[in-house]
Design a protein around this ligand. Structure first.
Ligand code: ADP
Length: 551
C-alpha cells in the first residue's frame, strides 16, 4: 500500500502565488495540495481537510492571517502555519509568530524558499507524528503489560491455592473463579470425569443460572464438552456456530479446555462470555495454564483420597488385630476355665494313688501314674502361664529390689532343670546393686521363662550365662546367653508373638504353647522396659531385657 500523501493547505488569493507554490513547488515533491483563495472557509477546511501544514497569506481578504491563527489556536488545532508576508509587514510577522505561526515566507515567494520552509515544517510534523505513535504504542504495551500482570497474579494465586487449600471442592471453586477472571468471562464451570462411569460430573461452577446450578455433582452434557473430551484439544466457539449447542442460551462465546493427567482428559474447564467476543489464542494459553493447575490439584486430590483410603484400611486392620487379640483372650479365659476344674480333680486322684493313699501299686502301675501325673502337672503349668498372661496388663505389687538378687534366685530355681538337662548355668553379676521398681512375681516369671528356654534349647554339656550390668541409657540390663540351637533371622522377628513356635523337633516333643516369650515381653513392657534377642542358628541365642532404674 502506498504511503498516504502529506497534505498541504494553501490559503492565497493571488493565483500566481498559489500556482507557484502548489503546482510548481509542492505537487512535484509528492505533496497533496489544496488551494483556497478565500480565507472565510479556511478554518472549516483546516478542520475537514486535516492538512499537515498550512501556508497562508498574512493579508487575506475577509479574514486576516492573524485572525486565522487565533481561530486555529482557539479550536486547539495544532498545525504548523507558514505565513506569507509582504515587505513592510515585519510587525505583523512578529505578531503572527506570537500567535503560533511556525515560519514565514517573504513575498514575492521564491520556489527554493517555499520548499525549504515546507520541509522544515514537515520535519516538525513528522517528529510530532512519530512521538504520538510511540506514545500510543507505549500506552498499548502498558495496557497489555497490566493485563499480563493481572493474569499472572491470578495464575499465581491459583498456584498458591493448589498448594495450600486442602478442601478440594473449595479449590476447584477457586480454579473456576480464576479461569473466569483470567479469560475475561462471565461464567464458567469445571467438569470432572467419574473414574467408574466415565461420565463428566459438574464439580464447580460460577455464574450458572439456578436451574443449571442445581446439577452440581450430577452428570453434565452440554454437547461441546464431550467433543473436546474426545479430541483432547481446546475449542473456541462463538456466534452462530454456538447456536447449535445447549449452552447457547448462556452466552455468545465459549472456550472449552481439556484438563489432562498423563495425556488423559480427566476434566474439562469451560468459560463463556455473554458478549460475542471470540476467545483468542492468548485466552486459550492462559486457560491452559489454569487447567494445568487444575490437573495438579486433581492428582493431589487423588493422592489424598488414596492416602485416606489407606489410612482407613490400616485403621480397620488395627481394629481387626485388636479384635483378634480380644478373641484370643476370650479363648484363653474359656479354655483355662473349662480345663482347670477337671484337670485339678484328675491330678488330685492321681496324686492320691501315687502317694500310696489307696494302697500299694505295682511298679508298672506306679510308673504309668507318675508319668500321667507329670503330664497333668505340665498341662496345669501351661494353664497357669495362660492365666498369668491374662493378668499381666500392669505390674500390681511394685517394690524396689536389687535385680542381682532376683537373678541369683532365678538361677537357683533353674538349677534342678539344668542338672537334668546336663547343662551348666553361670551367673555373672556386678558388685554394684541394680535397683529396680518391679512386681517381683512377674519379673521372676521373666527370668524363669528365659532360663527354661535356654535350658530347653541347649544340647547337653553346654553353658548358659546370666549376665547383669547397665545398658547405655543406664537401665539395669539382664542377658541370658546360651549355646543352643539358635533361631533363624526369619523366626527371630516373631519369637515374642503370642502363640508363635518354631517348628523343630524339641518343640514337637515338649508341646510348648508359644506363650513364654510373649509373656516376657508383656511384663517387661508393662514395667516400662525393653526386651530383645540376638541369635544365630546352630550357634546360640542371647535374650536381653532392660528395666528402668529405681529412683
Ligand atoms: P514356648 O513356650 O513354645 O517355648 P516361647 O514363647 O517361650 O514358646 O518361645 C517361642 C519360640 O522361640 C519357641 O518355640 C522356640 O522355638 C524359640 N526359642 C525361644 N527361646 C529360645 C532359645 N533360647 N533358643 C532357641 N530357640 C528359642
Amino acid at each position: 500500500m502506498a504511503a498516504t500523501k502529506e497534505k498541504i493547505l494553501v490559503v492565497e488569493n493571488d493565483p500566481a502565488v498559489s500556482d507557484l507554490i502548489a503546482r510548481q513547488v509542492l505537487r512535484p515533491q509528492g505533496f497533496e495540495v489544496k488551494v483556497l483563495t478565500e480565507a472565510s472557509t479556511a478554518l472549516q477546511q483546516a478542520i475537514a481537510y486535516a492538512p499537515d501544514v498550512v501556508i497562508a497569506n498574512l493579508d487575506l481578504p475577509g479574514l486576516s492571517g492573524k485572525d486565522f491563527l487565533a481561530a486555529l489556536a482557539s479550536q486547539n488545532i495544532d498545525i504548523p502555519v507558514i505565513m506569507i508576508a509582504a515587505l513592510g509587514q515585519e510587525h505583523d510577522v512578529i505578531q503572527a509568530f506570537r500567535l503560533g505561526a511556525s515560519d514565514y515566507l517573504r513575498a514575492p515567494v521564491r520556489e527554493a524558499e517555499a520548499l525549504a520552509a515546507v520541509e522544515r515544517a514537515m520535519k516538525q510534523v513528522r517528529a510530532r507524528r512519530e512521538r504520538a505513535s510511540l506514545s500510543r504504542q507505549l500506552q498499548q504495551t502498558n495496557q497489555e503489560l497490566k493485563k499480563r500482570v493481572n493474569e499472572l497474579t491470578t495464575i499465581f494465586s491459583i498456584g498458591k491455592a493448589v498448594t495450600s487449600v486442602t478442601d478440594h471442592k473449595e479449590l476447584f471453586g477457586q480454579i473456576v473463579e480464576g479461569a473466569i477472571r483470567i479469560s475475561e468471562s462471565d461464567l464458567g464451570w469445571l467438569l470432572l470425569r467419574d473414574e467408574r462411569s466415565k461420565e463428566f460430573i459438574l464439580t464447580a461452577h460460577q455464574g450458572l443460572p439456578k436451574s443449571l446450578a442445581k446439577n452440581l455433582n450430577q452428570p453434565w452434557d452440554d454437547g461441546i464438552s464431550s467433543l473436546v473430551a474426545l479430541s483432547g484439544e481446546p475449542l473456541s466457539i462463538h456466534g452462530q456456530p454456538l447456536g447449535r449447542f445447549k449452552i447457547a442460551s448462556l452466552g455468545k462465546a465459549a472456550l472449552v479446555v481439556p484438563v489432562k493427567v498423563q495425556k488423559q482428559t480427566v476434566a474439562l474447564m469451560v468459560v463463556m462470555r455473554k458478549k460475542d467476543k471470540e476467545y483468542n489464542s492468548s485466552d486459550q494459553a492462559m486457560l491452559a495454564g489454569v487447567s494445568d493447575y487444575a490437573s495438579i490439584s486433581l492428582v493431589n486430590s487423588r493422592l489424598f483420597r488414596a492416602l485416606d483410603e489407606r489410612a482407613a484400611s490400616l485403621e480397620q486392620a488395627v481394629e481387626q488385630v485388636k479384635n483378634s487379640d480380644e478373641l484370643k483372650n476370650d479363648i484363653i479365659d474359656h479354655v483355662t476355665h473349662e480345663l482347670r476344674t477337671p484337670l485339678d480333680s484328675a491330678k488330685g486322684y492321681v496324686d492320691v494313688f501315687v502317694n500310696g493313699e489307696m494302697g500299694s501299686l505295682k511298679s508298672v502301675q506306679r510308673d504309668a501314674l507318675v508319668s500321667t501325673q507329670q503330664k497333668l502337672e505340665r498341662v496345669l503349668a501351661i494353664l497357669d502361664a495362660m492365666e498369668k498372661m491374662r493378668e499381666t496388663a500392669a505390674p500390681v505389687n511394685q517394690k524396689k529390689v536389687n535385680l542381682n538378687d532376683l537373678a541369683n534366685q532365678a538361677v537357683g530355681r533353674a538349677q534342678k532343670a539344668a542338672k537334668e538337662a546336663e547343662v551348666m548355668i553361670i551367673a555373672e553379676l556386678p558388685s554394684e546393686p541394680l535397683y529396680v521398681n518391679v512386681d517381683v512375681g512377674q519379673i521372676n516369671l521373666v527370668f524363669d521363662a528365659l532360663l527354661s528356654n535356654a535350658i530347653k534349647y541347649s544340647p547337653k554339656d553346654r553353658e548358659i550365662m546370666v549376665q547383669l550390668g547397665r545398658a547405655r541409657n543406664k537401665y539395669p540390663q539382664v542377658s541370658v546367653w546360651d549355646q543352643g540351637m539358635g533361631i533363624s533371622a526369619k523366626h527371630l522377628n516373631h519369637v515374642f508373638d503370642r502363640f508363635f513356635q518354631v517348628d523343630n523337633p524339641i518343640n514337637k516333643q515338649s508341646g510348648g504353647l508359644g506363650i513364654g516369650l510373649a509373656l516376657v515381653k508383656e511384663i517387661v513392657n508393662a514395667h516400662g522396659g525393653k526386651v530383645w534377642a540376638e541369635s544365630k542358628l546352630e550357634a546360640g541365642s542371647t535374650f536381653y531385657f532392660a528395666l528402668p532404674p529405681a529412683e
